[in-house]
Design a binder for this molecule. Structure first.
Ligand code: SF4
Length: 371
């Protein structure tokens, strides 16, 4: 590490940064509102999503739940429907649970200390520092990908920034630089600089308020920093799902258990193709395991590719019939099963990959009706 907070006078960092922020900050619907509920929702949405992507969802979510009380008293299904499309659904479930906690434990008033905020479900050190500083002016420095990029370049940090020890050093630097008179603006300014000027590729150093003190800029290392050791290859799974259709054209959907990934969302039953299996063999096996019935795969409806954080999938969906004489399907791996009509598909929250399947299914059913 090249420098430390003792060697950089905070005013040489915070002052030009805040002047730049005051003149250049982007408008955002949650910015400068002072409302902890809106700030909290926006911070949760922005954890995995860019500002331009999150903004329409923010408006939609706030349209459904304009206050913390409205969110706390909504049912899970409504919350997941309002979140649908944003992905990482544990964020929505935690937001909902935390809103209930605020209502029951804090009388509906958002807690105003860092530790009480941090204790809410789904709130880690980053979100607690962001809400505490932006909504309540508390002196807590945030550290996210933007902050890591700006500070690792500014200080010329050569160590792998994905290591906990390097992150701890960067957090210390951020704490030392924080402008305690304007902590919320300082935090937003570093993140804004990272998002708009100190970008991952081709940073706009000539227009950067920190260029005079920036080690990476002065030593021509902006393309090399922040340093991250190469990642392992992301696994790629082949997934098969069956769309069981009955004689009345109703479709079978399954509710994922709350404690599993994508918990609380609905899906078509199915699973992973094992080594040595054909996709159809995997489909028949998975549906037998999940529903306790044997199915006959018919038309292959569609193929969907989707990337999650730690793996990728290619999902193939088949229209299926349950074999004559089989018992009623039972929810062996899911929380519950439901037969629904095609027009009801939009009333259930599905993960993104399954939503693409429902769209292909609706087009197929439409064409079949017209034929
Ligand atoms: S001078 Fe360039 S590398 Fe340094 S902080 Fe500014 S934009 Fe980032």
């Amino acid at each position: 590490m090249i420098s430390s907070q003792e060697q950089i006078h905070p005013n040489h960092f915070a002052e030009p940064l805040l002047s730049w922020y005051d003149a250049s900050k982007r408008e955002m619907p949650w910015r400068d509102c002072g409302d902890p509920y809106r700030i909290w929702v926006s911070e949760i949405m922005l954890q995995q999503t860019r500002v331009d992507q999150a903004t329409p969802y923010f408006h939609r979510f706030l349209g459904h739940f304009p206050t913390l009380e409205a969110l706390a008293t909504a049912n899970r299904h409504e919350v997941l429907m309002a979140w649908e499309g944003l992905g990482y659904y544990s964020r929505a479930r935690n937001l909902h649970d935390a809103a209930k906690t605020v209502l029951s434990k804090h009388g509906g008033v958002f807690p105003q200390t860092y530790h009480e905020i941090r204790a809410l479900k789904g709130i880690g050190p980053y979100t607690a520092a962001a809400v505490a500083s932006i909504a309540f002016g508390l002196p807590h420095a945030v550290m996210d990908g933007n902050v890591i990029r700006v500070l690792s370049r500014y200080f010329g940090i050569q160590e792998d920034v994905s290591l906990p020890a390097t992150k701890a050093q960067i957090q210390q630097l951020a704490d030392g630089l924080l402008d305690t008179a304007r902590p919320g603006d300082f935090n937003q300014a570093v993140m804004e600089l990272g998002a708009t000027v100190c970008t991952p590729k081709s940073p706009l150093c000539a227009g950067c308020p920190l260029s005079t003190g920036c080690v990476a800029y002065k030593t021509g290392k902006t393309a090399e920093l922040p340093f991250k050791a190469p990642k392992k290859k992301i696994p790629h799974h082949q997934i098969v799902v069956g769309i069981c259709v009955d004689d009345e054209d109703r479709i079978l959907i399954a509710l994922r258990p709350e404690d599993k990934m994508l918990g609380g969302l609905w899906e078509f039953p199915g699973g992973k193709v094992e080594a040595g299996e054909s996709r159809k063999e995997a489909l028949i096996r998975e549906l037998k395991e999940e529903l306790g019935v044997e199915v006959m795969p018919g038309l292959r409806l569609c193929e969907v590719k989707h990337a999650y954080t730690h793996f990728k999938i290619t999902l193939n969906a088949w229209i299926c019939r349950i074999k004559t004489g089989e018992p009623e399907p039972r929810p062996k791996a899911s929380k519950k099963l439901r037969w629904i009509t095609s027009s009801e598909l939009t009333e259930y929250p599905f993960p993104k990959a399954n939503r693409k399947v429902t769209e292909a299914l609706q087009t197929w059913l439409e064409n079949r009706r017209k034929a």
